[in-house]
Design a protein around this ligand. Structure first.
Ligand code: AMP
Length: 283
């Protein structure tokens, strides 16, 4: 099987997509920051079920990193990524450099309200501006029919849906279930930062979240369940818990009992920040 066509300019990306469109083919997009793992590959598979062609962007987007964050050490492994995309059957990899996406003089930011308020934004105040701006650019560059995003980054998925709705971007957003290792740890490019001892602790995150979600679903008090979950994470070995919070599944407004919910958390292990979330069934 031949590998994906690799393009690093918007002009070449548009030319390839135009050819596919002229041939009547449907195009799906999977935006990523590379260091591809089975979670990303699951998105490619879903994309290929939804469309005839899949374009995967690989771009470590500097505007979604705060100056104190891990932009410089974020894993970059393009040759390995392209190999994984070949195995998965993606037809096009878009690998722009920073100057292609943000040429000198670039001066636009997209700020999404609604689901971006709270949670990640309380700790990474400029993160969703960076995400929304780059996703809007990718959609305008590639004009895909649909795009697949992981529920692993649940708040991001909600923000992208809001962005498309508000700006009439006309891209169907497909949410994909979180792929986990045998211990339930959500796959993440940042798991590569964890040592063996930290991995053991990291695997407790999903366990604590699932227990707390089960307690909520059987009527436990929300505030004490949340503080109990945060304490359980600290005793398991997490250095700091940024948040554990129950929200409405669609809007991320405060959760009301009897409604579809989502329990979301972010916590630190050494210098690595992990996020995860699970469903809360209506009690
Ligand atoms: P990233 O490269 O971390 O920006 O992620 C690119 C896309 O892959 C996003 O839509 C993520 O939500 C998704 N993703 C990351 N990890 C997982 C996972 N474990 N399972 C499913 N999707 C994931």
């Amino acid at each position: 099987m031949s590998g994906p066509i690799v393009v690093d300019s918007v002009v070449a990306l548009r030319a390839q997509i135009r050819d596919w469109r002229q041939a009547g083919l449907k195009v799906a997009m999977v935006p990523t920051m590379g260091a591809l793992h089975d979670g990303h590959i699951s998105l490619v598979r879903i994309a290929l079920e939804k469309a005839d062609r899949c374009v995967v962007s690989i771009f470590v987007n500097p505007t979604q990193f705060a100056p104190t964050e891990d932009l410089d050490k974020y894993p970059r492994q393009l040759a390995r990524d392209l190999n994984r995309l070949r195995e998965a059957g993606a037809q096009l990899a878009f690998t722009p450099g920073v100057a292609e996406m943000y040429p000198t003089g670039f001066a636009t930011k997209i700020s999404v309200g609604g689901p971006s308020s709270g949670l990640e934004t309380d700790f990474r105040p400029t993160f969703f501006e960076g995400v929304a701006t780059v996703v809007a650019k990718l959609f305008l560059q590639a004009t895909p029919d649909c795009a697949v995003f992981g529920e692993k980054d649940y708040q991001q998925l909600c923000v992208v849906r809001q962005l498309c709705r508000d700006l009439d971007l006309h891209v169907e957003i497909v949410g994909a279930p979180t792929v986990r290792d045998a211990h339930g740890l959500a796959m993440s490019s940042r798991n590569a930062y964890l040592n063996e001892a930290e991995l053991v602790v990291a695997r407790k995150l999903n366990v604590v979240l699932r227990q707390a979600a089960a307690q909520l679903a059987t009527g436990a008090d929300e505030a004490s369940t949340m503080s109990g979950a945060a304490e359980a994470l600290s005793s398991a070995g997490f250095r700091k818990v940024d948040y554990v919070a129950a929200r409405e599944a669609m809007t991320l407004a405060p959760w009301r009992r009897g409604r579809e919910g989502r329990l979301l958390a972010a916590a630190w292990l050494g210098a690595t920040r992990l996020i995860d979330n699970v469903e809360v069934s209506p009690a």
